[in-house]
Every structure is written in structure tokens, then in C-alpha cells.
Design a protein around this ligand. Sequence first.
Ligand SMILES: *Cc1c(COP(=O)(O)O)cnc(C)c1O
Length: 387
Amino acid sequence: MTAADAVAEDTGWLPLRAELAGIAPYGAPQLDVPVQLNVNENPYGPSEACVADIAEAVAEAARTLNRYPDREFVALRTALAAYLSRDVADGQAPIVPEQVWAANGSNEVMLQLLQAFGGPGRTAVSFAPTYSMYPEYARDSNTAWVAGRRREDFALDLDAARELIAEHRPSIVLLPSPNNPTGTALPPAAVDALCTAAAEHGNDGRGGLVVVDEAYGEFRRAGTPSAIELLPTHRNLVVSRTMSKAFAGAGLRLGYLAADPAVTDAIRVVRLPYHLSATTQATALAALRHTDELLGQVDALRGERDLLVDWLREQGHDVADSDANFVLFGRFADRHAVWRGLLDRGVLIRETGPDGWLRVSVGTPAEMAAFRDALTTVTTTVIQENQ
Ligand SMILES: *Cc1c(COP(=O)(O)O)cnc(C)c1O
């Protein structure tokens, strides 16, 4: 345990909100082990040319650090709009800067969405297994949280989803696609149907928003379009992205969304003034100038992912189909023992998802070889699987 994880013993005197008492802060263990496959980072760092460009941009920003940064981050919104426009359908208008919003990671983007569109008397809906941060944004914004269930194969049951939306009339529906922790992408027809359902059954006679969280969008398999294509059809659709995963920028903290300009306008009311620092804006802009290089390993990672899925299936494991840069596999009677056994062999993966399952991020070929070796040892000598 690091100092930051330590929990003070006597907190009874604190005027803490009752729903926060005894709650551990969210976060995967940050352990210094040789093979880190637990938080879905891109294993490939930036090139020296990219590092030099970022350093120069940050130095330039430093010369005016006595001034507040551009509150509307227009240059960055323009660059992000150009990048997102790669995913519009043929004949569709490009994404414009007024449709784009950004914050310190898509976690902050999503919290801002809940602050603006959730709140007391309102409900956020998702379908489990889903991203474990969503209920925390709901809690922190005093929004009621309702989680429906996905099918056994982790696909959405559309009829059940529509019924849940009609019953709870959420002001916001959160749909990760590809889903974390299962890797499952949503077909556009499902997004389309849920946007229609949310528009019909929102809060106070107004339609609810549907947020498609495409944190892993760039890793989707060929033939799976981005929900960006549906933006012209549904004004209640929000598509969220991040530079943390495919873009190899987890340390940068830059998440963003595309939506109707009315949505980005409304978020401005709840954002903190100057929430994106001058150095963040400069770094993100410099990184976006190296888009093709930073995304250059995405194809290799998708290939490595598909090999991993095949290998795990050959070993007799249950494996969820994945459109992301991680794979959910199982099922183990004692998944903690498997996780621990891998860690003892220098391989850190994530103990998350439904009971009995584990999630492993896709790393370099050498890291995946280390994972395969360690898992083979652990499952053959340490653990008996329950299947
Ligand atoms: C990793 C992840 C994010 C991205 O978080 P950042 O704050 O942008 O680093 C968002 N949604 C899901 C489902 C994720 O797994």
C-alpha cells in the first residue's frame, strides 16, 4: 500500500456526506511490476520527434503562464473536430468545433455531463457489466443510478433496454462501446434504437441524452462504424472519446466529446473556469499533430488482441469477443488466486468484471508472451479451473 492509499482511521468527526462514508477511492492498484496489463494503456510511448514537439509547445506555453489559458480552447477544439471528422459517413458534413467539448480525461467530461444533465430527481441508466466509474459520477452528482443487465454473451438485450428506459425515464443513458470490461461493441442499430427510446421517455417531458463512450473506439474491428455517423440523425446523441487509450496519451489527461452544439453550450455552465491548463492544451495540440504516428500501433495491437483471444480459447477458457485493447476471460472458481499468481510472476492484470472473470490489456508481443507463460504456469500448477 502506498501512502496515498492509506485510509485515516478516525474519520467519524468529518462532516462527510453519508453516502461517501467508508468508500475506498476508485483506482486499480499501481504496482511497479515488469509487465503491466491492467489499465488498458497503449504500451507504445511517443517517438523522440513527438516528445521534442511537445516539449517545444509546452515551453512556448510557459512563456505566458502568467495569463489564464483560452477558456474556450478553440485551437484544440478545431484540431479535435478535424480528427473526429475522419469517422463521419460518406457525404456527411464534417464535425465542427462548436460540436466538440474537452476536459481532463473523459472521466471529467462524463462527470460534467452528469452535473449538467443529471442531479436530484433524475436518473442515469447503463447496462451491467459496464464501466465501474459511471455509478460514481451518478453518486457525486446526486443522480439516481439504475443498471439493467446485458445478455449472457454481453450483448445488449434491446427490448429489455427499451423497457428499462421507458420505466425509469433517464435523463442520461451511458453506453460504453466497445464496452469496458467486456470489449463488446454496440451495433449502430442498437445505438439508433436507444436514442429514439431515450428521446421519447426522458425526464420532465424532455428527451434523455444517450452517451456512447467510445474510449476504445479506435480499436474496433473493421466494419464496426463509430456512433459519430449517427450524430446527424439524433440530436440527443453524445459520442465521447479519449486520448488515453489508442492515442497513447493516458498521462496527458485529455478526453473529449462530439454532440449537438446545444450540449457543449450547456456543459460550459458547469465546467470550472479555465479547466484545461495552457500546458494541457499545448501538449494535446502537439500530440494531435502526430496523430498518425501515435495511432500507428493500433493495427498491431488489434492483431495481438485477436491472437490473444484465439490462444485463450485454445486453452479452454471462456473469452468475450473484443473490439477493444483488452480481453475478458475466465471463468475461475477463485479468480483472485489467478490474479495473485500472475502478479507473483511479474504480470499485473485486472480483477474486474463479473464473478470469475479477469481482464487483461493487450501489450507488446514480449509482454503477451510473458502473460501466456505466467497464465499457463498458474492454471496448470497453482489453480484448478471450475469448468
Ligand atoms: C479508460 C476509459 C475511459 C477514459 O478515461 P480517461 O479519463 O479519458 O482516461 C473512459 N471510459 C471508459 C469505459 C474507459 O475504460
